[in-house]
Design a protein around this ligand. Structure first.
Ligand code: AMP
Length: 254
């Protein structure tokens, strides 16, 4: 049976009790609208820890586009079903004022990586992400926290923030979960029209097709995508494209 906690003091008490009992605590932060990609994180957290917490919070500070925030799918009932079936112990389901008693006066800023790639396309995005993740890690104080490589830049920034601020939580990276045709699972995929959905897997197919970003960019444009970026970082090829109103991101190892 999963318990839903809606405020910070309750969560902090439950977490303190977990530490007192010397139990390993796994944490999966999400914005809800859960799919099989999220489920893989929940399962891994379940396997590797004695207790598991998942947070459901659509974080407004990481959006520079109010319409995007407004349209983000909210599916609490279905999320709870998936969470229960993964054997999660506790859900943290806070409101804005619970997490932001300071109304976002204080924030975490990284430079320069957070200004590139996703940060170049979405102003202030990673300030919002890093700030909410730091708040959540301080409230939950997990042994391990799980992040998907689907959002590879986010994972790298969180990992480096945890090291920079000497956080005790281990930051764990989990592989991208895809549809059968290669499209990376994303809560935004529900907004694709049937025609756009047929085109979408070409993004992943083209991204895996070579090591020269310039050539991949050209191929994506020829195929009908509006390309935000294709760039190589470390051992990965990262891309972001728009199809109609939907923005897709993906990355593959090279
Ligand atoms: P979100 O709710 O979109 O903020 O995602 C919550 C977590 O799930 C993040 O760490 C994401 O990287 C991860 N995630 C989302 N989609 C996938 C996917 N297709 N495969 C693996 N992890 C994912």
């Amino acid at each position: 049976m999963t318990t839903v906690l809606r405020n910070v003091p309750e969560m902090a008490r439950w977490s303190a009790e977990t530490r007192r009992l010397d139990l390993a605590l796994g944490f999966v932060p999400t914005m809800g609208a859960l799919h099989a990609g999220h489920f893989s994180l929940l399962e891994r957290a379940r396997r590797e820890n004695d207790r598991v917490v998942v947070s459901l919070f659509v974080n407004p500070t990481q959006y520079d586009d109010p319409a995007d925030l407004e349209e983000y799918p909210r599916t609490f009932e279905a999320d709870m079903e998936m969470i229960e079936s993964a054997g999660v112990d506790t859900v943290l389901f806070p409101k804005y004022k619970d997490l932001y008693p300071d109304d976002y006066r204080f924030r975490v800023t990284e430079s320069p990586f957070s200004e590139e790639l996703e940060g170049g396309a979405r102003e202030g995005h990673f300030d919002g992400v890093l700030t909410v993740v730091l708040k959540l890690l301080n409230i939950v104080r997990p042994t391990r926290a799980y992040f998907g490589e689907k959002d590879w830049q986010q994972y790298v920034l969180v990992r480096d923030m945890a090291a920079a601020f000497f956080l005790e939580t281990e930051i764990v990276a989990c592989p991208v979960i895809r549809e059968g045709d290669g499209l990376a699972m994303s809560s935004r995929n529900v907004h694709l029209t049937p025609e756009e959905r047929r085109l979408a897997p070409e993004f992943h197919r083209i991204l895996t097709g070579g090591e020269n970003p310039e050539i991949l960019r050209r191929r994506l444009k020829e195929r009908g995508f509006d390309v935000d970026y294709v760039e190589r970082r470390e051992n990965r090829m990262l891309g972001a494209v728009r199809i109609g109103k939907v923005r897709l991101i993906d990355n593959v190892g090279i």
